[in-house]
Design a protein around this ligand. Structure first.
Ligand code: C2O
Ligand code: CU
Length: 489
């Protein structure tokens, strides 16, 4: 049976079980699976496509910018090119990017191409892969874009990410495994009241301020990441979608019969979101850019650094709210899906039960379409407990904090395993630079490790020499030491 048949049959199976409008779902496959030949018995992670020969020369200027946030008023944040979020970068896989970053901030900066396995000197981690670009200076990043997928670019210096220095980065497929009529990119974010707080102050404050209230606000049911979601998280003023507050949301136009691709990105500083679209289910088709067998859900959680692509079949004319609720509590970020000709002026909200009792995406639902490596035991294993947050102002991986921590030394060609146990009350979205890793039955580059002894193991092939950051994508945890360097010996 071909991959395509498998995919389609599986998907229709899910649909028949759960969806009334079965006829509404057209065949998913575009006739190609984009699968590279799997080498049985060997590890071959999703790789770079052949170079297309096309070169894109871009420029992005990081600078303080006054922005207008509708009902929230005006304020100064840090942006790329005066735009918040930063202007989307969109290229085809295999294209070459040459991006000049101009630093008009008052301090050093770097840019990281989150998820793309770039050559190490282009990875943008200050003092690990390059010296920060000094204020007033510029730096040129050059690399091949690929493999295809939804990525993001962001500052990797200190807490600059949480000041607004991020944007979407889309690498288009040559042959997608799905068909769709239109697509939108949705960038989730959390908005600070002012300057980023010190990570140390945050951790200390949690004991008194956060505990009771957050405990009571925790939602029940579902089976996702719950509990002390607020550990090490600032008190944000608002939660935004594409830089707009809930009272002035972005509006996405659709026509009845459209199949709509939504690229959901979470470059926020410290917020895990739970997302649902009123009146519609979502078929998850990509996780961190990697194609997966489409799986239908009512709701999903997306951690800092994660990306999901979903397809929505527009078969329910009207005006519908897409909500992304921060797990630590607060008014959800919001967008509106509006059918052309819709009369309604107010968007219908997701049934509250969707966020609590609906079918929620689980890690185990993700099945890669690209070949998965055999389930071999790794050549090298690291036990990496994740801790911190209660009495200490530091967050640790394997009991150590960056930059003092020893490197995790690997040899080129090895299959490496990280076993993480979360001994803290915070959620940790763990991100590995320069490599896709296998987690369960999927390829990803960022994975949520649930609080209270949640366990996740990942495996990757050491095939991209250099010094690579492995860290929690909560900006405050990272700043408080929650990072290690993977070094090729
Ligand atoms: Cu978006 Cu080091 O990460
Ligand atoms: Cu963390």
């Amino acid at each position: 049976m071909s991959e395509e048949t498998t995919t389609r049959r599986r998907f229709l199976g899910v649909t028949a079980a759960g969806l009334a409008g079965l006829a509404a779902w057209r065949a998913f496959s575009a006739g190609r699976t984009d699968a590279r030949p799997g080498r049985t018995g060997e590890w071959s992670p999703p790789g770079l496509p052949e170079a297309s020969g096309r070169v894109h020369e871009l420029r992005r200027t990081a600078a303080p910018t006054e922005i207008e946030l509708g009902p929230l008023g005006r304020r100064t944040i840090w942006t790329y090119d005066g735009s918040y979020p930063g202007p989307e970068i969109r290229v085809r896989e295999g294209d070459t990017l040459r991006v000049t970053i101009e630093n008009r901030l008052s301090e050093g900066t770097t840019v990281h191409w989150h998820g793309i396995p770039v050559p190490n000197p282009m990875d943008g981690v200050p003092n690990v892969t390059q010296a920060p670009i000094a204020a007033g200076d510029a730096f040129v990043y050059e690399f091949t874009a690929g493999p295809s997928g939804s990525y993001m670019y962001h500052s990797h210096q200190g807490l600059q990410l949480d000041r607004g220095l991020h944007g979407a980065f889309v690498v288009e497929e040559r042959s997608p495994h799905i068909t769709y009529d239109r697509e939108y990119t949705l960038v989730l974010d959390d908005l600070l009241r002012g300057e980023p707080p010190s990570p140390n102050a945050l951790t200390g404050g949690m004991m008194g301020r956060g505990m009771m209230r957050r405990g009571m606000m925790g939602r029940g049911g579902g089976g996702g990441v719950r509990g002390m979601s607020g550990a090490g998280v600032p008190e944000y003023e608002a939660f935004l979608m594409n830089g707009r507050p809930p009272a002035d949301p972005p509006v996405f136009e659709v026509r009845k019969g459209d199949r709509v691709r939504l690229r959901l990105l979470n470059p926020s500083g410290a917020t895990t979101f739970q997302l649902a679209l009123a009146g519609h289910r979502m078929a998850v088709t990509h996780s961190d850019g990697r194609p997966v067998r489409p799986v239908l859900v009512d709701t999903l959680q997306i951690g800092m650094g994660e990306r999901y692509d979903v397809l929505v079949d527009a078969e329910e004319p009207g005006v519908w709210a897409l909500l992304a609720a921060p797990l630590q509590g607060g008014e959800p970020a919001r967008a509106v899906l509006r059918y052309s000709d819709a009369r309604a002026t107010r968007a219908a909200e997701p049934w509250p039960g969707t966020l609590q009792g609906g079918r929620m995406l689980a890690l185990a639902d993700l099945h890669a379409i690209e070949p998965l490596p055999p389930d071999t035991s790794a050549d090298r294993k690291f036990d990496l407990p994740l801790s911190g947050g209660m009495m200490s102002s530091r967050w640790t991986i394997g009991g150590q904090t960056h930059p003092e921590a020893e490197p995790l030394v690997v040899e080129q060609g090895e299959v490496v395993e990280f076993r993480m146990t979360n001994r803290s009350m915070g959620i940790h979205p763990m991100h590995l630079h320069g490599h896709f890793f296998r987690v369960g039955d999927a390829w990803k580059d960022t994975v949520l490790v649930p609080p209270h002894m949640g366990r996740v193991s990942l495996q990757f092939l050491a095939d991209n020499p250099g010094n690579w950051f492995f860290h929690c994508h909560n900006a405050y945890h990272m700043e408080a030491g929650m990072a290690r360097v993977v070094r090729y010996g």
